[in-house]
Design a protein around this ligand. Structure first.
Ligand SMILES: Cc1ncc(COP(=O)(O)O)c(C=O)c1O
Length: 343
């Protein structure tokens, strides 16, 4: 099935064969890649297949290394999926409205039509709303759970149904899943060849600066994307730091716990303000909050040195600010500024 979805030119692609593809052992004399022989710790190209990191991630997420593709952030994985499966000017992809902004940007860059189904006032949707937009040129269904900017989770039963009913690849962006009580859809991978679950080191791992996105999917899709990606797309520093973070997972677990607790406190206190009309329930590390006048609140926060995201122009997000959960001290400062504004 996957074979039928790939662009013709990609199907016929002969991937770049990189010098560091084969592991000859540490004793070898490497005169094959025009690198510098002088030891800097970084004078060699990184492992293009990132095997050590994939093994560690496979152990962590209970899958096989062949089911993993790594990218320079999830943003690279989104672009790789579009470039590999969507014929410019012909194919289309489908996503929710509102959802993560990069889906639109990546589709535009690749000259791929983006079709959007509207979420309702509670940011929910019927599976049929997504499926009704599909035709024979629909290659990707881009879902985000918990969704950005709403914080809403998509139940696994809906994901399973969409995998059954959609004739392309169901891409499930789980950038915020570690903050959710609901489980990841990784458990559905085995039964669904067309499922691509995307996670990132940018949020719960506290490593947005290293740029590491992780795709878990069927090995056939991994092979296709691996042929399209730049050979050394994940640099040595990133691979090493991510490995250390995985070894030290109790640190990110503690951060997750702290942020979820803080999210609950923020949600409760924000709900007590008169200028807050609604705090949308969130399973992510942010809250979408509807104010009586979002622009006034936004300006006051900026004047106090606090930057949040105004999402008011997004569909069904009138007067909504998206507020990331900070440290306890940062959140207290935020609430103080809001209290002063209200008094
Ligand atoms: C839903 C979602 N997916 C992906 C990303 C980007 O991830 P990365 O930093 O791995 O490119 C973001 C960043 O805000 C996001 O909100």
């Amino acid at each position: 099935m996957i074979d039928k979805l790939v662009r013709e030119n990609i199907k016929n692609l002969k991937a770049y064969s990189s010098a560091r593809e084969h592991n000859f052992g540490m004793e070898a004399i490497f005169l094959d890649a025009n690198e510098s022989p002088f030891e800097t710790g970084l004078n060699r190209y990184p492992d293009p297949n990132q095997m050590a990191l994939k093994r560690a991630l496979a152990d962590l997420r209970l899958c096989r290394p062949e089911q993993i593709i790594l990218g320079n952030g999830s943003d690279e994985l989104i672009d790789l999926l579009m470039r590999s499966f969507c014929e410019p000017g012909l194919d289309n992809v489908i996503c929710a409205n509102p959802s993560y902004g990069m889906y639109q940007v990546s589709a535009d860059i690749n000259q791929v039509e983006l079709r959007r189904f509207n979420l309702d006032a509670n940011f929910e949707f019927e599976d049929t709303a997504a499926l009704e937009l599909a035709d024979e040129h629909s290659k990707l269904l881009l879902l985000c759970s918990p969704n950005n900017p709403t914080g809403k989770i998509i139940p696994l039963s809906a994901i399973q149904n969409l995998c059954n009913e959609f004739n392309g690849i169901v891409v499930l962006d789980e950038a915020y899943i570690d903050f959710a009580e609901s489980p990841s859809a990784l458990s559905l991978l085995g039964q669904n060849d067309n499922l691509f679950v995307m996670q990132t080191f940018s949020k719960s791992w506290g490593m947005a600066g290293i740029r590491l996105g992780v795709g878990y999917t069927n090995p056939e899709i991994v092979e296709i994307l691996s042929a399209v990606k730049a050979p050394y797309n994940v640099n040595t520093l990133t691979q090493n730091i991510a490995l250390k973070a995985i070894e030290n997972k109790q640190q990110s677990d503690a951060w997750i716990k702290a942020l979820v607790e803080q999210r609950k406190v923020l949600e409760k206190v924000l709900n007590e303000f008169n200028m807050v009309e609604r705090v949308f329930p969130s399973e992510a590390n942010f809250l979408l909050v509807r104010f009586t006048n979002a622009q006034d609140v936004f300006n006051t926060l900026i004047d106090s040195g606090i930057v949040v995201r105004n999402r008011s122009k997004e569909f069904n997000c009138k007067n909504c600010l998206r507020i990331s959960v900070g440290t306890m001290e940062e959140n207290v400062k935020l609430l103080e500024v809001l209290k002063n504004l209200e008094s």
